[in-house]
Design a protein around this ligand. Structure first.
Ligand code: FES
Length: 103
């Protein structure tokens, strides 16, 4: 399924990059910009980023389920990951609203 129409990136390509990043360090916090940087792409309109965040969370959960990480490790990490993305999402909305007001 096409996720990013600006760069023609599918969900399968995004999942592969996320898995490779997790293979390097399974506890790192992955953001859409890190995924796109690994693919040598850039967010243009960034309209796909909320969907990329959902794919990151889902892929990370599945990765740790396969890796047999402990429930405590997974819960702590997923809580941090979701909080991190939620804060980024809120900051993004605030930035857009400020930009809209200034225009
Ligand atoms: S849809 Fe992905 S950057 Fe525009």
């Amino acid at each position: 399924m096409l996720v990013c129409s600006c760069n023609y990136i599918t969900d399968k390509e995004i999942r592969e990059v996320i898995t490779n990043l997790l293979d390097e360090d399974c506890w790192q916090l992955i953001v859409p910009a890190k995924v796109y940087h690994a693919m040598e792409k850039r967010g243009r309109c960034c309209g796909c980023f909320p969907n990329v965040v959902d794919i990151i969370i889902q892929t990370t959960e599945e990765y740790h389920a396969r890796r047999h990480s402990t429930d405590t490790e997974i819960f702590d990490f997923m809580s941090r990951l979701k909080q991190f993305h939620e804060e980024n999402r809120r900051a993004d909305i605030e930035r857009r609203q400020k930009g809209h007001r200034a225009a």
